[in-house]
Design a protein around this ligand. Structure first.
Ligand code: AHR
Length: 503
């Protein structure tokens, strides 16, 4: 049987302009993300700073816009002062979050130099685990104050005369999690976030600040946590952060696809909770969502993937090898985030390289694209403009967790500057081909098909590896047709597709 799906896309129906900060990623001092990932002095491709050129090139190709740094669980025990100044003077410390030895050979200034080379915006975070407002104040003075004070002059003495002007800051990380160094109750954390935000805004009024939401939707304090935290710091913050890691422990593709529907519910619920806090205050202010950790992560989640004995330096941790089905779930999740462009204004795929990353390296060897690299790159390349409010009519399948859900997940983006329409489509049927029929209303005359690509593999478990780095990679989809305002294409079963249309 062949499935059919119909979409109506109309120029007059827009969700919101897409904030391209949803195409963010994350670099944490964890495993081989920094050391052996973005930074490996002595590597054949390393530049004068020790940045791996192959990883930098793949980061640019991935097209990510924002990078969160320095953690993660690492953040909650981190003293920022350890990572600045002459490298030979930097202390070697125990990192309790990942049972590793941190050499501090990479820190704030190295990250900013790397971010500038990569062409990405920084999203920084202050430690609200072992530290508080005083250290956040000092760190912000170091990063953003022009000069003439203790910490701004310290930055200058470290070779950075100009302030970094970092605008986006996370107030701690996963402070509800019992695994977090110095976890807090919602009331404690909300008050701490409020006071830290006040101090930080007094230094730089134009900051964008994100309070920690729950570590995941399954937390026992979920939703109550967001309400109580925002009730404490609503006036001082702009964002609430969300984290989600999708799992396929039962090796059941229907349930795994259902993780995308879980994400949709999660977003709706956090919007509702944030708006309830606004309603209590009769406030028109709307808290935006920063989905600052999301990805598939469940295979490299065994105890030995989280910690290695003996306090090693940059051990291989969380080295998830992504297969084809993971790429489909990641693609569907990203479309779900994009489709809520009205409230999701930032998101970070966790993480960038080696640690649950779309890029994988061999220390001293090559770097390659994992399967999940491809849907991300498709979206960053073609996701410019306004998100169209699509009317999607699709057949459905049943999941235990979410009941009936559509086979088709789609997203449409219209770029008013170039006139380009981009359509992204995930066929979640593992058995059936899907005939896609799109009515494009008011979106341009005499449109022609530009890009038409699919990511497909008959084997859901196919992976890319050093020996076969392009085993799972995009191929042309030769079925795309346009006639007047009607676009049609055939989507293979279990396939990710991207089409662009231009006059
Ligand atoms: O991204 C890996 C870890 O997952 C982060 O350090 C933490 O914030 C989350 O639990």
């Amino acid at each position: 049987m062949t499935l059919t799906a119909k979409i109506v896309a109309d120029r007059d129906f827009i969700v919101a302009p897409l904030d391209r900060r949803v195409f963010g990623t994350f670099v944490e001092h964890l495993g081989r993300c920094v050391y052996g990932g973005i930074y490996e002095p002595g590597h054949a491709t390393a530049d004068e700073h020790g940045f791996r050129g192959d990883v930098l090139a793949l980061t640019k190709e991935l097209g990510v816009t924002v990078v969160r740094y320095p953690g993660g669980n690492f953040l909650s025990g981190y003293d920022w002062e350890d990572g600045v100044g002459p490298k030979e003077d930097r202390p070697v410390r125990l990192d309790l979050a990942w049972a590793s030895t941190e050499t501090n050979q990479f820190g704030t200034n190295e990250f900013m130099v790397w971010a500038n080379k990569a062409g990405v915006e920084p999203m920084f975070a202050v430690n609200l685990g072992t530290r508080g407002p005083a250290e956040a104040r000092d760190f912000l003075e170091y990063c953003n104050h022009p000069g003439g004070t203790k910490f701004s002059d310290l930055r200058k003495s470290h070779g950075f005369p100009e302030p970094h002007n970092i605008k986006f800051w996370c107030l701690g990380n996963e402070m509800d999690g019992p695994w977090q160094t110095c976890a807090k109750t919602a009331k404690e954390y909300g008050a701490l976030a409020r006071e830290t935000a006040k101090v930080m805004r007094w230094i730089s009024p134009d900051l964008e600040l994100a309070a920690c939401g729950s570590s995941q939707r399954a937390m026992p304090t979920y939703a109550k946590w967001e309400y109580e935290v925002l009730d404490e710091c609503f006036e001082q913050v702009d964002f609430i952060s969300l984290h989600a890691y999708f799992r396929n422990d039962g090796n059941d593709i229907a349930e795994f696809f259902g993780e995308i529907d879980n994400l949709k519910v999660y977003i709706d619920e956090i919007i509702a909770v944030s708006d309830a806090v606004a309603a209590k205050r009769r406030s028109k202010k709307r808290i935006m969502l920063s989905f600052d950790e999301w990805n598939v992560w469940y295979k490299a989640h065994r105890p030995e993937d989280l910690k290695k004995p003996g306090w090693p330096e940059a051990p291989p941790l969380l080295e998830e090898l992504y297969n084809f089905e993971d790429a489909l779930v990641v693609g569907g999740a990203l479309l779900t985030l994009m489709n809520r462009a009205d409230r999701v204004k930032a998101a970070c795929l966790a993480q960038l390289v080696n640690v649950i990353g779309p890029i994988f390296t061999e220390t001293g060897g090559p770097a390659w694209r994992q399967t999940i690299f491809h849907p991300i790159a498709d979206c960053t390349r073609n996701g410019h403009g306004e998100i169209l409010k699509l009317k999607v009519d699709s057949t459905t399948f049943t999941t235990k967790a979410h009941g009936e859900v559509p086979h088709l997940i789609a997203c449409g983006v219209f770029n008013p500057e170039t006139g380009q329409v981009s359509l992204f489509a995930l066929n979640r049927s593992t058995e059936e081909t899907m005939e896609l029929d799109v009515d494009l209303r008011g979106l341009g005359e005499a449109l022609k098909v530009g890009e038409s690509q699919e990511l497909y593999d008959p084997n859901l478990k196919a992976i890319n590896s050093k020996a076969a780095p392009d085993a799972v990679s995009p191929k042309p989809n030769g079925t795309a047709r346009i006639s007047g305002s009607r676009f049609t294409a055939t989507l293979k079963p279990q396939s990710w597709n991207v089409f662009t249309l231009m006059a």
